[in-house]
Write a protein that binds this ligand. Structure first.
Ligand code: KIV
Length: 275
């Protein structure tokens, strides 16, 4: 029996086909209302584990759990119809072995309905990326600055500033692409290296703080909307929602305190008694 499904989502091969062509438009998204607003304008929404910091006030992404990712993944899927939705694998859910990564990624795909997962790490994750893709789970890679290794690197530091660093990062990019990732995030990477990797790998590179040389771009939505009081330096703010929300709440508080609140006469019209 064929099932007619009106929802037509962007597919993984369609994202791959952007390589060397029109840039891929990506944003992070964590909830249903914003998913609905983004849906017609982006190719890919990432339910990033940055949600731990943005939505839950954590200091870094290490405290994010698989259940948190699944909850937000479901919300984004409910709010969207068109964009490809990718859910981040949180710290501790995929590094141990390909089989454990598959089990947890399968849970994400089954419970959220999202199309793909993303995982951090280069050459060390190649075996896992291959294992998942060969078993039906599309994987987006993530190399360069990898926030889940913050305690090893000692901070969020731009990668590839000196040519000595390049060979290891290029090897990561090639290993991720050859293992079958359909795209890869290049985070916090010096432009010449991002450009070199983009020319070297056959899949789209999606930059965040990695220059326009990449095949696409991603930003944390709250950063580009001006909701983060301390956004990363590379972020261009397209709106200033932080100050706008504060002004709106201030006006509301003033209305409540002065009792200048709209009445309900038009909302619940009283039945007039006959004269
Ligand atoms: O978690 C996240 O939002 C990400 C993006 C910054 C790429 O990984």
């Amino acid at each position: 029996m064929s099932v007619h499904n009106e929802t037509r989502r962007v597919t993984v091969p369609e994202i791959r086909a952007h390589k060397g062509k029109e840039p891929v438009v990506c944003l992070t998204c964590y909830h249903a209302h914003t998913a609905r607003l983004l849906d017609d304008h982006v190719d890919l929404m990432l339910v990033g584990d940055s949600l731990g910091m943005v939505m839950h006030g954590l200091e870094n992404t290490l405290g994010v759990t698989l259940d948190m990712m699944i909850t937000h993944g479901k919300a984004v899927m409910r709010g969207s119809k068109r964009a490809l939705v990718v859910v981040d694998m949180p710290f501790g859910s995929y590094e141990e072995s390909p089989a454990i990564a598959f089990r947890n990624a399968a849970r994400v795909i089954q419970e959220t309905g999202a199309t793909a997962v993303k995982m951090e790490g280069g050459a060390r994750m190649a075996e896992t990326i291959r294992y998942l893709t060969q078993r039906g789970i599309p994987v987006m890679g993530h190399i360069g600055l990898t926030p889940q290794t913050v305690h090893v690197t000692g901070g969020f530091r731009t990668t590839g500033r000196t040519p000595e660093e390049w060979p290891a990062i290029e090897a990561d990019a090639k290993a991720v692409a050859e293992a079958g990732a359909f795209a890869m995030v290049l985070e916090g990477m010096a432009e010449p290296l991002a450009a070199k990797i983009t020319a070297e790998v056959a899949v789209p590179t999606i930059g965040i703080g990695a220059s326009p040389a990449c095949d696409g771009q991603i930003l944390v939505m709250e950063d580009m909307l001006g909701l983060n009081p301390n956004p990363p330096k590379f972020v261009r703010e397209y709106a200033h929602l932080g100050p706008a929300i504060e002004a709106a709440v201030k006006a509301y508080a003033s209305d409540v305190r002065s009792r200048s609140f709209p009445g309900t006469e038009n909302v619940y019209p009283m039945k007039r008694s006959k004269p």
